[in-house]
Design a protein around this ligand. Structure first.
Ligand code: FSX
Length: 365
């Protein structure tokens, strides 16, 4: 990831060296514009800005977490434009990915801070233990001290994963380490929360692209998440939504409704109260997402999702009272599918296709 030969090159030069065609690059810009809810007129501007941008310094700190966030980001087994974006940034410090260790690693962090003071982007995953700073230390430095020290010279901070954004699983009751989020501690810097346990890789890169492209922060919702990705609920973008609207629910995991792909609301799905892009971007290069695999959404991008009661108990609100921020239409779903389909590299397997055909037949009845 850390590639010094790319340090002074623009993204355009790096992409050409990697053999990425102009067509593929523009396709990526178009998909990104679509996800960020920008008009197609912005595509040439995004392409131009990205092609000419130089590598910003990024310092990535990992605290109390399971490394799922980094795993999510690096799971791609083929070279993708997203991974090139990461080749393009100067990832000067990352506990898990850096080759350096010991004093050399800490020196890299200090040098990056010194050389780019006021300009570097700080990415944090994991929560910070406050009950006893010794619960989690790196190079003998407590998570708290390292965060406060590194945040001082950052232009902005991206809290990646629910742990960094809201405390996440370490913060769950009884919260034995006194875990808190980045936003609980830092009050004088812009913070972008990119929750999810783990977050969707393209949402992480999409948020970074906003910063790289326009040098600005994306528009955020009331709990600090980019609206472009977290602006609508899973429920409002779910392909099973038409079953909900018709009152067709799976009652158990092996009944006829489950086999026919009906709505998982009664099995505890938290889609109506969860805001994230899983239903449109999906996972594993657009292959699927939990609800498509037959499991209710756990709500992992929401604060305190672990303490919200059983994952398998239906939400308490009556189904008819769930706010509908989007009227689901086949046309809307198709448009989202076309835009995001550009990122999908795997074809869905035949079983899913057959399953979906059966479901559509039910809706026609
Ligand atoms: Fe937390 Fe991330 Fe969940 Fe794990 O770094 S959001 S436990 S996927 O790894 O922080």
């Amino acid at each position: 990831m850390i590639n010094d030969s790319n340090r002074d090159k623009t993204l355009g030069e790096t992409l050409r060296e990697q053999g990425i065609s102009r067509r593929s690059f523009l396709k990526f810009c178009a998909t990104t514009a679509s996800m960020m809810a920008l008009s197609p007129a912005m595509i040439p501007k995004i392409a131009h800005a990205l092609e000419n941008a130089r590598r910003p310094s990024v310092i990535w700190l990992s605290f109390q977490e399971c490394t799922g966030c980094t795993e999510s980001l690096t799971r791609a087994h083929t070279t993708t434009i997203e991974s090139l974006i990461f080749d393009f940034i100067s990832l000067d410090y990352h506990h898990t990915l850096q080759a350096a260790s010991g004093h050399a690693a800490e020196q890299a962090r200090e040098t990056a801070m010194e050389e780019n003071y006021g300009k570097y982007l700080l990415i944090v995953d994991g929560s910070i233990p406050m009950d006893n700073p010794g619960y989690s230390t790196i190079a003998g430095i407590s998570n708290y001290d390292m965060l406060m020290d590194t945040a001082k010279g950052a232009a902005a901070i991206v809290a990646v994963g629910t742990c960094a954004a809201y405390g996440g699983i370490p913060h769950a009751k009884p919260n034995p380490t006194g875990a808190v989020s980045v936003g609980d501690l830092i009050k004088d810097k812009p913070i972008i929360n990119v929750p999810g346990c783990p977050p969707i890789p393209v949402v992480i890169t999409g948020t970074l692209m906003q910063f790289l492209t326009f040098g600005s922060l994306p528009e955020l919702d009331h709990i600090g998440r980019p609206k472009a990705f977290y602006g609508k609920s899973i429920h409002d973008r779910c392909y099973r939504r038409p079953f909900y609207d018709k009152g067709l629910f799976a009652e158990t995991f092996d009944d006829e409704g489950a086999k026919k792909g009906w709505c998982l609301y009664k099995l505890g799905c938290k889609g109506p109260t969860t805001y994230n892009a899983c239903a449109t971007t999906k996972w594993n290069d657009g292959t699927s997402f939990p609800i498509e695999a037959g499991h209710p959404c756990l709500g992992c991008s929401e604060p305190d999702f672990w303490d919200g009661g059983s994952f398998y108990k239906a939400l308490s609100m009556p189904t008819e009272n769930i706010t509908r921020t989007v009227i689901y239409t086949a046309a809307g779903a198709a448009a989202a599918g076309v835009a995001l389909g550009a990122m999908n590299r795997h074809k869905k397997n035949q079983a899913v296709a057959t399953h979906n055909r059966t479901s559509i037949d039910d809706l026609k009845k």
